[in-house]
Design a protein around this ligand. Structure first.
Ligand SMILES: [Ca+2]
Length: 146
């Protein structure tokens, strides 16, 4: 009975958590080759994602006061930019359920971030970027072929 229960729990986890942990080089390559990110800005994107989520698409962090959570590779915020689907108030600026920002298809995540960069005129919306990435250069991705 015990082993059977453990096996079925593992199976459920494997099916429901469709996520991915990128390496810096892998993310840079995918952003540039598949999602239209400017090669000259790839280091900004990868640094931001690394700082926000350590490159884990399934990262979810609950913010202080529990009024919102941040989702996925770029930690998209449930109060402003996606719908958590649990009744908490949201402006849902990027018009997606937050769960869309936890899967392995990062195209919609990139589109949301592109929108936020346009709206904010840069990366100022990201605490992680402001704290750790504002002075990074392409040397951040030294050794990557992207
Ligand atoms: Ca996604």
């Amino acid at each position: 009975m015990g082993p059977t229960v453990i096996l079925s729990l593992l199976a459920v986890t494997a099916v429901t958590v469709d996520g991915k942990i990128y390496t810096k080089c892998e993310l840079a390559t995918e952003l540039v080759s598949q999602h239209g990110v400017n090669r000259n800005e790839a280091h900004d994107w990868v640094c931001m994602a690394f700082t926000e989520s350590t490159l884990n698409t399934t990262a979810v962090n609950i913010n202080r006061g529990r009024t919102s959570s941040d989702y996925g590779l770029f930690q998209i915020n449930s109060k402003w930019n996606c719908d958590p689907g649990d009744g908490r108030k949201t402006y849902n600026g990027c018009q997606h359920p937050c769960s869309d920002y936890l899967n392995t298809d990062i195209g919609d995540d990139v589109q949301c971030i592109q929108q936020l960069r346009r709206e904010h005129g840069g990366w100022g919306f990201s605490y992680g970027y402001r704290a750790k990435c504002s002075s990074v250069t392409s040397s951040y991705l030294n050794g990557c072929n992207y």
